[in-house]
Write a protein that binds this ligand. Sequence first.
Ligand code: AGP
Length: 623
Amino acid sequence: MCGIIGYIGKQQASPIVIDGLRRLEYRGYDSAGLAVLADGKLATRKRKGKIDEGLAVLHKQSPVTGTVGMGHTRWATHGLPTDENSHPHLDQSGRIAIVHNGVIENYDSLRKKLEAKGHTFKSETDTEVLAHLIGERYAALEKAGHIKENAATHPLAQATKDALKDAVGTYGVVVISEMHPGVMVGARRGSPLIVGIGNDENFLASDANAIVNYTKRVIYLKDYDVVTLWEDNFKMETVSDNSGSYQISDIEFDAEAADKGDFDHYMLKEIFEQPQTVKNALRGRMDFEESTAKFGGLNMSVAELRAIDKIVITACGTSWHAALVGEYLIEEMAHIPVEVEYASEYRYRNAPIDKNTLCIVITQSGETADTLAGLRESKRRGHTVLSICNVVGSTIARESDGGIYLHAGPEIGVASTKAFVSQVTALTLFALMMGRIRMLSNRRGTQILKALEAVPGQIQKILDQNDEIRRIALKYKDCHNFFFLGRQYNFPVALEGALKLKEISYIHAEGYPAAEMKHGPIAMIDENTPTVVVLPTDALYEKTYSNLEEIKARKGPTVAIATEGNTHIAEKVDDVIYVPETWECINPLLAVIPLQLLSYHIAVARECDVDKPRNLAKSVTVE
Ligand code: AGP
C-alpha cells in the first residue's frame, strides 16, 4: 500500500517528490524517503515516521538538488519501520536506486543467492533484494558489452526486466541510476503504477493524486508493463518483449478535490461532501419515465441481466458492509438470492456457483489485493464480473467486464465514509433496475427514485447537527468498549459504525443484529459499555426497542439513531440523534452519517490521527 512518485524533467525534483508524497501519505506512513540524481550522483534522504516529522525535516536540514528523482512513503510489509528499511534502496554498487510497492515473495531465496555472490544488505526488506538483483543483471549486461543508450530496449530497462523475470510476487517499481541520469524506468505487476505525461517532463506515481497538480494526462500501466521515461519521451514495453500497448486517459478530478480545504481532516471534509457524493452517484442514472435506473457501463443486455438467478458480491472492510446492504436491497427489490463474501475467503472457498450467477466486486480504490483476487477467481470460473468502484482506470475497474463508477472524487481519509454512501446509492439504483426488469412495480420504482432524490438534502440536515453530535460524542470518548446494533438494512450500518470507531479511535467496538445481543454479547453490558442502536420508526421498531430495553435493564448507556418526530425514544435513552424519515431500504444512507460523525469526534477528542490511523493504509494492495 505504499505511495510512489518519480519525476524526470527540467524542474527541481525534490519539491515535486515531497509534495507528491504528502498527497500519497494516506497509502502508508511508516516512513518516507527520496533519491535524486545530483550532478549524476545518487543522493538519498530517508527517515522513519510521517513525512512532516521525518523526511521533510531531514531534507530541510540537508537538501538535495537535481531534476530526476523519486520518492516513497511506506506501509511496512517486511521489516520494522526504521530508517534503514525505508525506501529508496540501492543495489550493491550504490549506482542504482529503486522504490517499490508490493511483495517479492521469493526475496529470501534470492537474497541467499546474492549473498553467496558476496552481496551485503543494509535492510530486512524484499525491496533491497530487488535492487541488488537489478544491479546484478545490469552488471551482466555491462560485462557482455550490451550497454548501448540507443538499444531497442534501454539497458536500465533491460536490467529491470531481467531481474523482474526472476521475482515472484507483486511490484510497482521505479528505477533510476547514475549510469543513465536522463532515464527513469517503471514497471508493474499487481501494484498500481501510472505514467503522467507532462510538457518536457514525465512522472510515475502509484496513483493520480500525486501528480494531478502537474498533469492530467496519464497512462495506467497494466500488469507486466515496463516503461522507459526520458524528459521528453517514453517507450512502453513488457517484461517479455520490447513493444507494448498503452492508452492515454485524462484524470477526471481536479487537484483541489484532493485537498483538505478548510476542514481539519480529510475524513471530516469527505463526511461533509456526502450530499454531493450522492448527487454524483445518482447523476444521469434515474429514469423517472420508466421508474427505473440506467447505467452506461454494465456491458450486459437486459436479456443477460434477466437471466441472472443468483448474485455473489465480494469485497473487504467498509465495501463489504455496503455489499451487505446490497444483499437486502437486491433480494427485496429483485427477488434474486444474494451471497456476500469476504473477498479474502471467497477466493479459497471454492464455493459452488452455478453458471447464471453474476459476480459483483465492490471497492473504493480498485486496487485491494483480496478483492482483485476474488474478481480473478470469478473470471477464472467463467463468470461475468461487474465492479462498483471509485477510481477510474484502477486495476479492478479495468479487469471487470463492466461496472458502475462512484464518481465520488478521491477519498483520502483512510476511514472510508463517502465511498460507503456512494456504494450504497449505486447498489440501490442497481437493485431498482434489476427489480424493474422483473416484478417491481412502476409505483414502487417511482417511490424509490423520489426517496433517493431527497437523500442529499436529508444528509445535509443530519450534518447540520454536527455540534450536537460532537457534544454527545465527547460524553463517551473515554469508554473502552462499544456495541452497535441494527436490524435488517441497519445491521450492516451497525457493522460500519463499529468499524469506523475502531479504526480511528482505537476503541474496541462490535456491530451485531439487534436481536443477537441476547445470545451472549449482552454479558458484556455494564454502565461503562455504551450501545448505539439504529432504531428507525419502521416495521421492526418495537422489536428493536425491546432489545434496547434489555440493555437499559443492565445499566448500559444507550444512544439511539432514531427517526425525526419520535419523541418517545428521547425519554428512554441517554442520547438520541435524529435522522429524517424515509423508506427502510433508504435508511442506511442516512443512519450511517451520525455514526461517522460520532466516531470522528471521539477520535479527535482522543487526539488520534484521524486521517492516518496507526497500522492502517488506505488501499490494501497486499494479501
Ligand atoms: C474502511 O474504513 C477501511 N479503510 C477499509 O476497511 C476499506 O474499506 C477496505 O480496505 C476496502 O478498501 P476498498 O474499498 O478500496 O477495496
